[in-house]
Design a protein around this ligand. Structure first.
Ligand SMILES: [Mg+2]
Length: 185
């Protein structure tokens, strides 16, 4: 089987790092808490006047360099490879003329944590519906794009408020992965 793994908030704790950086940037504001994130799009959870500064944080060079791993991701990846499944990593790069560092840093972060085979499988795209795989594991509640997806989408979830409305059978995490897709093991 072929699986696609999203990077941010599936393999790496993107929101965790961004929350920390936002607290430093806005020390007087007390609204950077995970339970406030009812929208997947991070900055849209906050008042309009703060959004451009919030978005500037994750566009800074170096932001993607040392994202913390979400526990269990590497173990499931290695397990799937041992069983001869194909795992590709799929992520959306930053936009804009100065976004090139995000391409490089996503590759390096993957290389450092999952190894060279994983890094070489990285596909960066604005439209994940083009990805050909059997299962896509991605925290975004809905994957939309130009194509009708061929994959089954499992929504990666660690009690993310923006996924609270979804049925449990669509959700997955690294702890329950094997019981959610038992045919892989
Ligand atoms: Mg994601």
């Amino acid at each position: 089987m072929t699986l696609g793994f999203d990077l941010d908030d599936t393999c790496f704790d993107w929101v965790g790092k961004l929350m920390q950086e936002c607290k430093k940037e806005f020390p007087d504001l007390d609204f950077f808490h995970r339970d406030k994130q009812t929208e997947w799009d991070f900055s849209s959870n906050y008042p309009e006047e703060y959004r451009s500064r919030i978005n500037a944080i994750w566009h800074r060079p170096g932001f993607y360099k040392d994202l913390p791993l979400i526990p269990g991701a590497v173990e499931i990846y290695k397990n799937l490879i041992e069983l001869n499944h194909h795992v590709m990593f799929v992520s959306t790069p930053n936009r804009g003329p100065n976004a090139g560092h995000s391409y490089k840093e996503k590759y390096e972060c993957l290389l450092d944590n999952f190894g060279s085979d994983a890094a070489h499988s990285l596909t960066l795209t604005y439209d994940k519906t083009h990805i050909l795989c059997d299962y896509l594991v991605d925290d975004k509640p809905q994957i939309k794009g130009k194509k009708t997806p061929v994959f089954e989408h499992f929504v990666f979830d660690r009690n993310y408020p923006y996924n609270a409305h979804l049925p449990e059978e669509r959700k997955i995490n690294w702890e329950n992965f094997k019981t959610k897709i038992p045919n892989l093991f």
